[in-house]
Design a protein around this ligand. Sequence first.
Ligand SMILES: C[S@@+](CC[C@H](N)C(=O)[O-])C[C@H]1O[C@@H](n2cnc3c(N)ncnc32)[C@H](O)[C@@H]1O
Ligand code: SF4
Length: 444
Amino acid sequence: MMKDIKRITNGSPYQQYLYSYPHKTTYRPLAQPTSLQEAWSREGVDDLFLYMHIPFCAMRCGFCNLFTSAKPRGGEQGAIVKSYVDAIERQALQFREAVPHARFSRFALGGGTPTYLEPEDLQRLFAIAKNLFGMDLKITPTSVESSPETASLERLTVLRENHVDRISIGVQSFIDEEVRSVGRAQKREEVCQTLTNMREMGFPILNIDLMYGLPGQTQERWQYSIDEALQFAPEEIYLYPLYVRPLTGVSKLARTWDDERVALYRFGRDYLRARGYEQVSMRMFRKPLARTDDAPKYSCQEDGMVGLGPGARSYTRELHYSTDYAVAAAGVREIISDYSARSDQTLREIDYGTRLNEAEQKRRYAILSLLHIDGLRYADYRERFGGAVQEDFPELALLREAGLCSDRDGALLLTDAGFERADAIGPWLHSEEVDALMTDFDLK
Ligand SMILES: C[S@@+](CC[C@H](N)C(=O)[O-])C[C@H]1O[C@@H](n2cnc3c(N)ncnc32)[C@H](O)[C@@H]1O
Ligand code: SF4
């Protein structure tokens, strides 16, 4: 059945952030569980991405539905975190034994808030990367997420000593009352001090996350936050539209504010472009200098990703897997504690995820390419899958007719109108099977 383009052109531009495809809510207990060894046996393993997920934060922000737990309770905090890091180490060891030839060329610590960890626990994670996976951190592009409250000098020093070259920090807004209105306690002075420290310590790439569509956020206030961020000359800035999601602290805020978000988005985009930033995706802007062919690439969405920790996804071409997933505090705590208690034997088993048939592999490639500045290159698609993407996905013609993308230099690229509606285009390009599984998912 042909898709209805009106879902994009007439519906809300804010339908869903397509962080990857297929979405994690399509994962289920696998009908045929497999082992790490089997899952990676047909995969190229000499250029992998290692991702460690740290599901802890100093607070639970009202808007956030990421897999994370604030100040973990249900036992002594330090002990919970320690047994979690122990489990990451055990899981890393299982992977190394199952896939001894694996070589990693990129590394990221994400969350949650990795800098919530004590400095010695952060050190342990880098030691795992070096000692278990043989990574040379001096030459491996490494990225770490942080928050203003947790990125202390001592922790930042550990990151620099381990050659982290990209530090990302969630600021959201430089106006304290704006962040407070969505359930996040934060002090502007602390934010600025942390950013100053990051710059002084010489991280080559600083990324700042900002949010628009916050209650009471006018264009002037939005500009103020962007200007403040620009004072620190970040190499990257992410502009996130506020989403109100189920089971989060702000989920009762009944708001329809698409027009506000679109106006703030356009303002932010134009403002950053006028100051020399290029738009990489709907949310990401970067200084062109940060983009050379041998510049580190941090895309978490490619195949060949090994995730450690619950909530971390791993991707082979045919199998995407993780552990079970939750948003509400009790569910998250339970999953973390189950993970930490897993035996080495079960850490070698994969029993939760989704298998991608060839049609879904093609769709994944088409969607993720299209939503990125480099676009969907026809020749690359043909080389990889041996067919024409226009024939496999006739709906792309509808996007072109609606002015949401256009052809240039052998690639299909989003137009400005397309970037603006990327959060509607992504879900529109889902397969029916993926949509059905997502609708069916029981969020905990
Ligand atoms: C892992 S966090 C960043 C690091 C750190 N935990 C922090 O918050 O400072 C990822 C980013 O996702 C964005 N985000 C999370 N939930 C969101 C929502 N409901 N709407 C818009 N952006 C959201 C925020 O900008 C946040 O900084
Ligand atoms: S936005 Fe960041 S600090 Fe806040 S709960 Fe989410 S991951 Fe944690």
